[in-house]
Design a protein around this ligand. Structure first.
Ligand code: UD1
Length: 344
């Protein structure tokens, strides 16, 4: 029988790319999403790529009744990938309770239902934000966890602790925590991609919207950091590469490739690129100029962070392979596709 996987937040940016990769290796996917930051057309995009429309339940994971009904309606779920979460750093400062409720109640509801419905594996979307400003780069999984700079970041830290405590209590589940660095780019078909609401807060959507003329110019937040060109350094990881790591993580748990109940993996390329280098990479990969200016630092930004992905490479058998140029082209093609479709 095909394995059945519940993907919460499966119509979102990383979720939708992961659904496609799960379907590609034969998993039966059920999506739950409240569409708070996505829309149902994403399902059309997924279907165009994979030829298969995933089952979809429009509901909020904080709603225990709806969630329980899903597990009854779709029995024999083997694993869960939990993407359902609010993720805007600035908004989390303005609306902390919204973030704690959405992100933590969702997590607790899912964990609580797992033993009851005999769900074995849980993949959690965590973030390099748990490392704060690291003492050294690249960062491996043993680097200390720093005090979170925002309620959003704090929900990731608390979520990791909740999962750890639940497993330590003897819960009959396995979990893998995936700490993402900076996911960027789109599916090479341009059928799915990142669709932020309103003015983008993250670098790549702002950059591609500037390149296409929706925004006048991109502000580079600071050129006086202690980095070679003065702008911040990040580890930009292609979203399809990232999605594939989720498949590996699930297989590891469901096939009992490890007897550990809880494992943590950094997902990054291992290469740090500065904001200015990324703009250059976009321009040379696409031939499109991005008007930009240097402005002051953005509060709360980390100066430099990039991954040591050795553990994911060796233990999970996963590696980021897409070049930054291909990733930048995919982001640009997606932006152009949004224009063709009259969305932006
Ligand atoms: C943030 C979060 C991260 C989260 C991610 C996705 C922190 C510390 N980081 O990452 O956990 O997963 O968002 O929501 O909480 N930049 C500009 N101009 C812009 C936009 C960004 O110069 O218009 C710069 C930023 O200063 C930063 C880099 O680009 O140096 C990347 O920014 P962004 O894409 O927002 O991601 P992070 O802040 O790294």
């Amino acid at each position: 029988m095909k394995r059945r996987i519940l993907v919460t937040g499966g119509t979102g940016y990383i979720g939708s790319h992961t659904v496609v990769e799960l379907q590609a290796v034969g998993y039966d996917v059920v999506i739950i999403d409240n569409l708070s930051n996505s829309n149902e057309e994403v399902l059309d995009g997924i279907e165009k790529i994979s030829g298969k429309r995933p089952a979809f339940v429009k509901a909020d994971c904080t709603d225990m009744t709806a969630l329980r009904k899903l597990f009854v309606d779709y029995p024999n779920i083997d694993g869960i990938i939990n993407f359902a979460a609010s993720k805007a750093v600035g908004e989390s400062v303005a609306k902390p309770l919204l973030y704690y409720r959405n992100n933590l109640v969702t997590l607790m509801n899912l964990l609580e239902l797992m033993p009851e419905f005999k769900v074995k594996g849980f993949v959690f979307s965590s973030s390099c934000t748990v490392y704060g400003e690291p003492d050294q780069n690249p960062v491996n999984e043993n680097a200390p966890i720093k005090k979170a700079m925002s309620p959003y970041g704090n929900t990731k830290q608390i979520s990791e602790e909740i999962i750890t405590d639940f497993i330590n209590s003897g819960a009959p589940i396995k979990s893998i925590l995936l700490r993402y660095f900076n996911p960027v780019g789109s599916h090479p078909t341009s059928e799915i991609g990142e669709l932020p609401n309103g003015v983008p807060q993250n670098l790549i959507p702002y950059l591609t919207q500037t390149a296409i003329g929706i925004r006048k110019e991109l502000s580079v937040f600071g050129d006086d950091y202690n980095t070679p060109d003065g702008s911040c350094i990040r580890d930009f990881i292609n979203v399809v590469d990232l999605a594939k790591a989720h498949v590996k993580a699930l297989e590891r748990m469901l096939d009992d490739k490890s007897d550990k109940q809880l494992e943590i993996f950094n997902l990054g390329t291992g290469v740090g690129l500065s904001v200015l280098q990324l703009i250059n990479a976009f321009e040379s990969a696409t031939g499109v100029k991005v008007p930009h200016k240097i402005v002051g630092r953005r509060a709360g930004d980390i100066e430099k962070v990039w991954a040591d992905p050795t553990r994911a490479n060796t233990v999970l058998g996963w590696k980021a392979t897409t070049s930054i140029e291909d990733t930048m082209r995919s982001a640009w093609n997606w932006q152009k596709k949004l224009r063709e479709r009259g969305i932006m």
